[in-house]
Design a protein around this ligand. Structure first.
Ligand SMILES: [Zn+2]
Ligand SMILES: [Zn+2]
Length: 335
């Protein structure tokens, strides 16, 4: 069987003709298989959704209970039959509930990895390399310049800054799903036990992570009442959009921090007025992308969103066939 007969790009997303389903479709479809809860991958309005229990929960939190007509839970490592196609979910190490989706039919196996990373993340299960014929990878940080430092070092710089500037509120911009909880978990792992203050937009997902057993320590709402003393020397976590916003100006001489893989690029930090860039990414860096491709043993690689050309070229130099998929609708900014 030809690979493109098993999975092929369509405007709605990656489509499997024999199984009649889409993976992470960007438009409403009849049957959707979802890798994880980020808004560009998990959309509402599909007639039938198959995802891990956590991803289904996260979709319900974000879109409301009626986010799909029907939902079905995928258990990690358990093979399901979808219209005669074997489908198996494996952990992707990206955010809580995130999974790679393996699709197997007539002796051909393709793994669509969604977004993934290889670093330790106390808030989700680690990525599992899956042997396959064709590996579909994202390419968010697919340039050799993107080598993420250890998260512990970044957290150390934050805690050092807190000591150095006890009169200033340290506001960390972090995306609501995954990044915020991971940054908090790493701050806790570094021994920081004081309450951490949350922007309202992060509350529901942080509550959900805690209900799922991820220990984030004492979290408090960063409300007007709490901000009366303007929280000097405290940590506040907020969505990145709130950094530049009037919202953050209520705190004591706010010191803007932003937790993102993009903070590797100094200019980006400067443009956003970030005083303390924290290079913390939920995506694989260049070395991890290359290692992972080798680990799957795939003879062919398809590259989705990000810097496709560099990774395709690297694969070719390794003797691995590769091509960009040019899927539209995925945001690599929201990392
Ligand atoms: Zn994602
Ligand atoms: Zn993505």
């Amino acid at each position: 069987m030809q690979a493109q007969d098993l999975l092929r790009p369509r405007p709605e997303g990656l489509y499997c003709p024999p199984g009649d389903f889409y993976i992470d479709p960007v438009r409403p479809v009849d049957r959707a298989l979802i890798t994880h809860g980020h808004a560009d991958h998990a959309r509402s309005g599909h007639a039938h959704v198959l995802a891990t229990r956590e991803t289904l929960d996260i979709m319900a939190i974000r879109y409301g209970k009626d986010f799909a007509g029907q939902r079905q839970t995928a258990r990690l490592g358990e093979t399901l039959d979808v219209n005669g196609v074997k489908v198996t979910y494996h952990p992707a190490g990206h955010v809580l509930g995130s999974a790679q989706i393996s699709v197997e039919h007539n002796g051909l196996k393709i793994v669509a990895s969604g977004d993934y990373k290889r670093r330790r993340d106390p808030t989700c299960l680690p990525f599992e390399p899956v042997a396959c014929d064709i590996f579909i990878t994202e390419a968010t940080f697919a340039l050799p310049v993107f080598v993420h430092p250890p998260v512990e070092e970044e957290v150390e710089r934050l805690l050092h800054s807190l000591k150095q500037f006890p009169e200033r509120t340290h506001i960390i911009g972090a995306y609501a799903l995954g990044k915020a909880q991971r940054v908090i978990a790493h701050i806790r792992a570094a021994g920081y036990t004081a309450p951490i203050y949350l922007h309202g937009a992060l509350q529901k997902l942080c509550d959900y992570y805690q209900r799922e057993g991820v220990d984030l320590g004492e979290l408090r709402a960063a409300t007007m009442e709490n901000a009366k003393d303007k929280l000097p020397g405290q940590i506040v976590v907020a969505p990145p959009s709130a950094l530049a916003d009037r919202w953050s100006r209520r705190f004591a001489d706010p010191l803007d921090c932003f937790a993102s893989g993009w903070m590797r690029i100094r200019q980006r930090a400067k443009q956003r007025g970030v005083e303390l860039p924290l290079i913390v990414s939920d995506h694989a860096d260049w070395n991890e992308l290359c290692e992972t491709i080798h680990a799957t043993g795939a003879r062919e690689v398809w590259v989705t969103h990000g810097r496709e050309e560099a990774l395709v070229r690297w694969c070719e130099l390794q003797g691995i066939a590769a091509r960009p998929l040019h899927l539209v609708g995925y945001e690599d900014e929201a990392e």
